[in-house]
Design a binder for this molecule. Structure first.
Ligand code: EPZ
Length: 421
C-alpha cells in the first residue's frame, strides 16, 4: 500500500530508471549466444525478476552487481516456459523467438490476456511461421518446432512491438535475410537492435517501419547500457505538472516522449529539453488540451494515457482521450472518480472535465499504469490517500514512492498482509 499526503509541490533532479520494455526483449536476446552479457542501468522490477526466473528455469544463470544484471546463457538445458511463469507476465511470449532460435523447438503455454484486455499473439505466430516454424496450439500450450529457420519477407498487419521483437530474435537464427515491414518503431526496439549488434548480429532499420536482419551470424556476449524509461519519465513529468513545481529528469531522451511533453506544454507547463535532461516548470494550474489519441510510436503512447489523464483532472476546461491500442485501458477511471474526478467514458473515449479539487480516498491499483495514475492523482488530492494493490505498480517502477519522495512528495509504502505480494 502507498500512503500519499497531497498538496506538496515537487522540485529537484532525478535520473530515470532503465527502460522496462527494453530489458525484457534484451533478456530474451541474451539466449542467442552461449556467453555472458552485462546489462547496465537495469531496473529492479517485478517483471525483470520474472524474466530472470524464466532464464534460470531454462538453465541459465543471472546475478545482480549493483545496478547491473549479469546473465550467463552458456548453459541452457530446457526449452519450455511453464504455465505459472507465463501467467506471471504475458509478455513472456517475447522469449518464444529466442528459444526457437537457440533450441530449434520451444514450448510455452498460451499467454492469457491481462488487465488491459485480450492480448492476442496471432502476429507473433504468423511471423514465426513465415520463417519456417511449425506451431501447434494444443490445449492452451504452443508446441513450436523450427529445425531450420529460413529468412523471409514478413509483413505485420499492425506495428506490434512484441511481434516485431519476436520476429527479429528468430530471424537472427534464420538462413539468409529477413525483412520485416510495418515493424513497430518504438525506441525500445532500437535499444534491442543496439544490443543485438553488440553481440555481433546484423540488424538494421529499427526505429523505422522496415527492419532487416541477416541471420546466422556468430554471436557473443556483450556489455550494454539500457536507455531510460520514457513512460516512467512521463509519469514524473505528469506528477510535477499536476501539483506544480520544477523538476529535471536525466537519463532519458526527450525525443522519446515528445508527444507527452507537447501535451503538457499545451496544458500550461514550461518545458526545456537538452540532450542530457528534460526540465519542467508548472504552477499547478493547468488547462485542458486538444484531444489525445493513443497510437503506435511515434504517436502518443498508450502507456502514458492514464498518467497524463491524472495530471489533467483539476485542469480548467475539458480534454478528450481516445484509447486506440487496448480495449480495457480505463480501469483506473472508477478509482479516480472515487477521488472526485469528473471523467466520462464512452467506449474508447474518455472525457475529462476539470474539477476544482480532488479529495483523498482509499483506491485500488488495477494495472501498472493505472496504478501510477492513482498516485499522480493522490499527490494533488486534499488529505491522505491510500493506494492498495501496489504490486501492479512494482511491475514497472523500481521505486515510484522513493523517487517521488526525493522530489518532495509526502509518500510512503506500507506492506499489509491482505495485499497480493
Ligand atoms: C508492448 O506490448 C508493451 N510491453 C506495452 O507496455 C505497450 O503498451 C504496447 O507495446 C504498445 O505500445 C512491452 O514492451 C513488454 P503490441 P505488446 O503487440 O508488444 C494488438 C506497459 O505498460 N496485437 O504493440 O503486447 C494488441 O492487442 C506495457 O509497459 C494483435 O492484435 O503490444 C494491441 O491492440 C503494457 N496481435 C496492439 O496490437 C498480436 O499478435 C499493439 O500491441 C500482437 C498485438
Amino acid at each position: 500500500m502507498m500512503i500519499v499526503e497531497g498538496g506538496r509541490r515537487l522540485s529537484g533532479r532525478l535520473t530515470v530508471q532503465g527502460a522496462k520494455n527494453s530489458v525484457l526483449p534484451i533478456l530474451a536476446a541474451a539466449l542467442l549466444s552461449k556467453d555472458q552479457c552485462r546489462i547496465r542501468h537495469c531496473p529492479r522490477l517485478r517483471d525483470v525478476e520474472t524474466a530472470v526466473e524464466i532464464l534460470r528455469h531454462l538453465g541459465c544463470q543471472a546475478r545482480w552487481e549493483a545496478e547491473d544484471l549479469i546473465v550467463d546463457t552458456t548453459v541452457m538445458d530446457r526449452c519450455d516456459i511453464p504455465d505459472e511463469l507465463m501467467r506471471k507476465m504475458r509478455s513472456s511470449v517475447i522469449f518464444l523467438g529466442a528459444i526457437l532460435n537457440r533450441c530449434g523447438h520451444a514450448e510455452i503455454s498460451y499467454p492469457g490476456g491481462c488487465e488491459l484486455g485480450p492480448r492476442p499473439i496471432d502476429l507473433h505466430l504468423a511471423a514465426l511461421r513465415t520463417l519456417g516454424a511449425e506451431i501447434r496450439e494444443e490445449g492452451g500450450s504452443l508446441q513450436c518446432t523450427a529445425p531450420h529457420l529460413q529468412g523471409a519477407e514478413i509483413v505485420l498487419s499492425i506495428p506490434s512491438v512484441g511481434a516485431t521483437e519476436n520476429a527479429v530474435l528468430a530471424a537472427c537464427g534464420a538462413e539468409g535475410t529477413t525483412v520485416i515491414s510495418n515493424a513497430a518503431r518504438e525506441p525500445e526496439i532500437v535499444d534491442l537492435q543496439t544490443f543485438l549488434c553488440s553481440m555481433g548480429a546484423s540488424v538494421q532499420g529499427a526505429g523505422s517501419s522496415t527492419v532487416t536482419v541477416v541471420g546466422k551470424r556468430p554471436l557473443h556476449g556483450c556489455d550494454h547500457t539500457l536507455i531510460g524509461d520514457r513512460i516512467v519519465a512521463a509519469t514524473y513529468l505528469s506528477a510535477a505538472a499536476a501539483v506544480g513545481g520544477e523538476i529535471c529528469l536525466e537519463g532519458v531522451s526527450y525525443g522519446h516522449l515528445s508527444t507527452v511533453t507537447t501535451a503538457l506544454q499545451q496544458a500550461g507547463c514550461r518545458i526545456q529539453c537538452t540532450p542530457e535532461q528534460i526540465c519542467l516548470w508548472s504552477d499547478g494550474a493547468l488547462r485542458g488540451v486538444s484531444p489525445i489519441r493513443t497510437s503506435p510510436y511515434p504517436g502518443f503512447p498508450t502507456d502514458a494515457q492514464a498518467e497524463v489523464m491524472a495530471a489533467l483532472l483539476r485542469s480548467r476546461g475539458t480534454t478528450v482521450f481516445v484509447e486506440n491500442m487496448f480495449e480495457n485501458r480505463y480501469r483506473h477511471v472508477p478509482e479516480l472518480q472515487r477521488m472526485g474526478a469528473d471523467v466520462r467514458l464512452e467506449g474508447r473515449v474518455a472525457v475529462v472535465c476539470g474539477v476544482e479539487k480532488l479529495h483523498a480516498a482509499q483506491v485500488q491499483a488495477t494495472d501498472l499504469r493505472g496504478g501510477a495514475s492513482l498516485v499522480v492523482a493522490a499527490l494533488q488530492a486534499e488529505g491522505i490517500t491510500k493506494v492498495t494493490q501496489t504490486h501492479h505498480i512494482d511491475r514497472g517502477y523500481a521505486d515510484l514512492a522513493g523517487d517521488l519522495r526525493a522530489l518532495g512528495a509526502e509518500i510512503r509504502v506500507e506492506t499489509t498482509e491482505d495485499e497480493v505480494t
